[in-house]
Design a protein around this ligand. Structure first.
Ligand SMILES: Nc1nc2c(c(=O)[nH]1)N[C@H]1C(S)=C(S)[C@@H](COP(=O)(O)OP(=O)(O)OC[C@H]3O[C@@H](n4cnc5c(=O)[nH]c(N)nc54)[C@H](O)[C@@H]3O)O[C@H]1N2
Ligand SMILES: Nc1nc2c(c(=O)[nH]1)N[C@H]1C(S)=C(S)[C@@H](COP(=O)(O)OP(=O)(O)OC[C@H]3O[C@@H](n4cnc5c(=O)[nH]c(N)nc54)[C@H](O)[C@@H]3O)O[C@H]1N2
Ligand code: SF4
Ligand SMILES: [Mo]
Length: 752
């Protein structure tokens, strides 16, 4: 008996590659089905422990699949199908609360445009239904043929922060070790790359240090480029529960919902954050609001920092940044005098051409004031997608599995041993970043692309250019829950995927908490969990033996545990999915040693209590740099600076999911709109609700004018949820993180 044995497997054997596994006993034992059967009878294969456990239970708790707050949702199950949900009161993240997206999470699974069977583009350019055998045979033949003509590295993948860790791990291992790809990146680059780079350089590891309890324990909170009222509403609820009447300082060019709730709103000119943070640092030093003992014991670089910021006085920076010197001094004093100050950032920092240094300027402030490792403190990056944290550790894109280094022979040996694969299959260099992969298409270096759980034809920067490049590919595979996405429309092959609620695995939230996904619905039609699709591809590609024991998500979780051992992200002490389920999630690290001395993982754990960071000398680095110039500042032809970001609580990204709920649709404007200042509007004769043209050097779009004083003069804002937005954006990046700078380009707005 064997699992699907395509020609290529025999070829692989002929080439002398070891085949370590003959009979899929484990797979059979766990699922009672074999790959061929799975592929012939798809639709019900999220796998894992839930189906049995659900028969006994009427409810079960799963982590939400939208934002990285990671709320616990209690799913009410009847006859093996979820029929409703309520926010879980016992879950340590959300304490019984959820936002509208969470409440409506089940609704969007039933949409008409779900991808229910594989689609293949025929000779006439039409997408036609095919069976899984044809789909996976075509996948294999087309990509192999491209690789044999143009080299293995001519096929790349783009993945996501929205599938479970175990699926990311599978994809990364399959693509890189199995299919021989070198290049694969994900939408986490659009989102968190800057935070990753900043933490790595400053702390020695990508390690957001906080726990959500810190929202309730701070007495001064600084939010930079973050609008949690819209983007992370349940985190904001935690802020509202803070009993200390905290000082809340918001740096945002717009008067957002969050800024309105602040005690100090520094309504800066866009991209002046770095100068302002240096001025805050300068004032802290000048006023001796520094924790000298902490600086001496736990940091490196204070002298250089002090010298660097000396010229950034509030008097110089304030007027240039569009705020007063006093506002800067007041903010600095609030931070310096607080018992517990915390600094939080999101996309207003990460999505910037100087994002990494801006994030590090915040980290510097936390360090020099000794605001780290204690309750209510920290330099805290808030994560975007439900599992962007998982992709940072497990996706095998920039880092090798478990945040190892591709470049290190020792790391490659370790990972090869743990995964029981030939070390020569692990590339000795990391992937090109997302933008470099896109450039690779332009330069004919990338000919085949596999896109999984992301919708770049809507979300990537300078969209017109990107769409042209998609059509230049020899073969584009899109693997998505919905057949109608902007990217799916360019696909040659569409693989229908199960979504949240239809499969199992783990997500890691913003505070490093592993939470569980549950399979509480059957995926529609022939859609399969991404996990199963990867299993199928492994079989058709001929590398099935390499993944013989990757039978179900929890088996992969065990590999993750082994790879994490002894590293900052150690989870070797977790007693399987069941313990995650019983504990309301478990934060990393949770080591064997931790587990030996505690039966139950404590709920709110933060990093760096002992002031030891992950650099070899244990010290954190204080990193500074020159302030960079905006590449496309407004001028007489394009006089308005355009920002973009989240519009409402009820819209998620490219709207493939949230637009499918009747309830959510009532909660946001259907037509794309631009926020402009009343004076700017009156100068072009535009009233609220009029249609305007918004034109940049890259495109022109027609949208509704929303005239509002929440944006400043000569600035404008368009939510990213409408597909037109990225027709305007300028392709430019942070030089260290390669994250796109989505929030600054010059436009002209006129009445039509
Ligand atoms: N409802 C909803 N929630 C979401 C998402 C969603 O799509 N919808 N997406 C999730 C994801 S993946 C992410 S990454 C997060 C994003 O969460 P946030 O980062 O909070 O959201 P954004 O609106 O992108 O950007 C935040 C703010 O940055 C400001 N900004 C723009 N330019 C600058 C600048 O130069 N300096 C400063 N200081 N601020 C600036 C904008 O005015 C905006 O208010 O939200 C997550 N949560
Ligand atoms: N102008 C501008 N552009 C931006 C931003 C901005 O602020 N301004 N923000 C950026 C940021 S922070 C982000 S995170 C990106 C987000 O950009 P994208 O990642 O492109 O947006 P999503 O709509 O979340 O796309 C996820 C896709 O995965 C599919 N999907 C969901 N679950 C599953 C699953 O389990 N399996 C599979 N196979 N598919 C699934 C969904 O249907 C959807 O098509 O956008 C970026 N783009
Ligand atoms: S705040 Fe985020 S995690 Fe919580 S319910 Fe809303 S989308 Fe889900
Ligand atoms: Mo994001």
């Amino acid at each position: 008996m064997s699992i699907v044995t395509p020609k290529s497997l025999t070829q692989a054997e002929d080439e002398g590659r070891p085949r370590t596994f003959e009979l899929p006993q484990l797979l059979q034992a766990r699922t009672g089905k074999m790959t061929r059967e799975l592929l012939l009878n798809p639709g019900d294969h999220g796998l894992g422990m839930t189906p049995e456990s659900l028969q006994a239970e009427t409810t079960t708790v799963a982590a939400c699949g939208y934002c990285a707050t990671g709320c616990g949702l209690r799913l009410h199950v009847r006859d093996g199908q979820a029929v409703g949900l309520t926010p879980e009161t016992e879950y340590p993240v959300n304490l019984g609360m959820a936002c509208p997206k969470g409440w409506e999470a089940l609704e969007v699974l039933a949409a008409d445009d779900r991808a229910t069977y594989p689609l293949l583009r025929d000779a006439d350019g039409e997408m036609k239904r095919v069976d899984w055998d044809t789909a996976l045979t075509t996948f294999t033949e087309r990509f192999k043929s491209i690789q044999s003509q143009h080299g293995n590295d001519s096929v790349a993948f783009l993945s996501t922060g929205q599938i479970p860790c175990e699926e990311m791990a599978f994809l990364g291992a399959l693509a890189k070790f199995g299919m021989g790809m070198l290049h694969g990146d994900g939408n986490t680059r659009q989102c968190m790359a800057t935070a990753v780079t900043a933490y790595k350089e400053s702390f020695g590891f990508d390690s957001p240090p906080y726990t959500y309890d810190d929202f309730q324990q701070s007495d001064c909170m600084v939010f930079v480029g973050a609008n949690p009222c819209i983007g992370h509403p349940i985190m904001w609820e935690r802020v509202l529960r803070n009993p200390n009447s905290p000082e809340i300082i918001v740096l945002d060019p717009r008067r957002t919902e969050t800024a309105m709730a602040a005690t100090q709103h520094l309504q800066l000119r866009p991209k002046h954050d770095l100068a302002i943070l240096y001025a805050i640092t300068q004032h802290l030093i000048a006023s001796d609001l520094i924790d000298h003992e902490y600086v001496a014991a736990h940091t490196t670089g204070f002298e250089t920092l002090a010298e660097h910021v000396a010229s950034f006085t509030p008097d110089v920076v304030g007027p240039a940044a569009g705020i007063t010197a006093d506002a800067i001094r007041r903010a600095a004093e609030s931070i310096g005098q607080a018992d517990a100050a915390s600094l939080w950032w999101t996309m207003g920092v990460n999505q910037s051409y100087q994002g990494t240094r801006t994030a590090q300027a915040m980290i510097n402030i936390a360090l020099i004031t000794g605001n780290i490792g204690r309750p209510g403190t920290g330099a805290n990056s808030i994560t975007g997608q439900c599992n962007a944290m998982g992709s940072r550790l497990w996706s095998n894109t920039t880092n090798l599995f478990g945040h190892h280094k591709f470049e290190s022979a020792e790391d490659r040996e370790r990972v090869a041993r743990i995964l029981d694969i030939d070390v020569d299959r692990i590339p000795d260099q990391g992937s090109w970043s997302y933008d470099r992969i896109v450039e690779g298409i332009r330069r004919d270096e990338i000919k085949g692309l596999w896109v999984i759980a992301t919708n770049p034809a809507h979300s990537w920067i300078h969209q017109g250019d990107f769409k042209e490049l998609l059509d230049k590919l020899d073969f584009l595979v899109v693997q998505d829950m919905y057949a109608s996405t902007e990217t799916a429309q360019h696909a040659d092959l569409l693989l229908p995927a199960a979504g949240w609620g239809e499969k199992e695995g783990t997500f890691i939230n913003s505070e490093r908490r592993y939470g569980l996904l549950k399979k509480v619905r059957k995926a529609p039609g022939e859609a399969l969990a991404d996990f199963q699709i990867f299993r199928g591809i492994a079989a058709y590609w001929g590398v099935e033996s390499m993944f013989a024991d990757w039978t179900h998500p929890e088996a992969v979780f065990e590999k993750m545990q082994a790879a994490s051992e002894g590293r900052p992200c150690d989870i070797s002490g977790i007693q399987g999915y069941r313990q995650i389920d019983q504990s309301g999630g478990i934060q990393w690290p949770w080591t064997r040693q931790d587990a030996a001395s505690n039966d139950v993982p404590p709920q709110q754990r933060r990093l760096f209590a002992d002031g030891t960071f992950y650099h070899s000398d244990g010290n954190a680095r204080l990193i500074v740099d020159a302030v960079a110039a905006m590449p496309e500042p407004p001028d007489s032809e394009y006089p308005i600076l355009l920002m973009s970001g989240r519009g409402t609580v009820s819209q998620w990204h490219t709207q493939t999911r949230t637009s499918k709920s009747k309830v959510l649709r009532k909660l946001y404007p259907q037509r794309p709109y631009v926020e402009i200042h009343p004076t700017d509007a009156s100068l072009i004769g535009v009233r609220n609700g009029d249609t305007v043209s918004v034109r940049s050097r890259r495109g022109e779009i027609f949208v509704t004018a929303m005239v509002t004083p929440t944006v400043q003069r000569n600035q404008a804002f368009i939510p990213m949820h409408y597909d037109v937005t990225n027709q305007l954006t300028l392709s430019h990046f942070d030089p260290h993180s390669r994250q796109p700078s989505y929030k600054d380009c010059a436009v002209a707005i006129t009445k039509v």
